[in-house]
Design a protein around this ligand. Sequence first.
Ligand SMILES: Nc1ncnc2c1ncn2[C@@H]1O[C@H](COP(=O)(O)OP(=O)(O)OP(=O)(O)O)[C@@H](O)[C@H]1O
Length: 263
Amino acid sequence: MLNVSEVSKTFFPGTVNERRALDDVNLQLAAGDFVTVIGSNGAGKSTVLNTVAGRITQEKGVVELENRDVSKLKEHQRAAQIGRVFQDPMAGTSPNLTIEQNLSLADRRGYSRGLRLGVTASKRERFAEALKVLELGLEDRLRAKVGLLSGGQRQALSLLMATLSQPKVLLLDEHTAALDPQRAELVTRLTTKIVKEQKLTTLMVTHNMAQALEVGNRLIMMHEGRIILDVSDEEKEKLAPGDLLAEFSKIKGAVVDDKTMLQ
Ligand SMILES: Nc1ncnc2c1ncn2[C@@H]1O[C@H](COP(=O)(O)OP(=O)(O)OP(=O)(O)O)[C@@H](O)[C@H]1O
């Protein structure tokens, strides 16, 4: 489904600020794979997601979606196939538009240049049905401005918007990190539910190792632009956060504490 093959990315090449963010990354996801991504700061986690989304262009390697090379496609040209949720709950939604208007935009993502804010009765019904999945009562507040929602509610809505048009790939970039523990748990639970129901192929970056072990069917660890560990479902079930830290130290021969990984 998703094939990232021999992808390298260097920022500011040939300058004093040169930074090799990705170093020959190979990552293949089968349809329905839910892969959690952990690693130290600056390991290249967000850059992998940016490469898949087309936000940045790699200098080497290819990105394929369903066997189609999308490497040359710009971000907006891939938008219909990719759903994304960022860390900042404010990033995924428009505060001055209503819930149904936000959903209407999400519904047209990648297909239309114009802003289609009009909401038909049948669409409204569909949006209300979709909102019920969140169990937040937002289906009764379709005409409320999104700016009135809490951070957790906005992030849950962002998740729904990212998955509304059933993307081929869902990219989650620390999407629970800015929430309080209770809201983070809610959004994690909703993520698991939506990914499972829609059988979405998903990459989820997190600094929370317990979360990385708990959700998904595979875990990868990155360091200095490379994937240094790739753990399958069965292996993952036997691991605890402490094992991941030990594994990280072993592979890199480095002394790492959970602060390094969790920050
Ligand atoms: N747009 C950019 N311009 C310049 N350098 C960048 C850019 N994006 C990432 N980098 C650099 O590339 C490296 C990898 O960054 P990336 O954001 O992918 O790491 P990360 O694993 O997501 O880290 P974190 O956990 O801190 O978010 C870092 O050294 C970072 O400073």
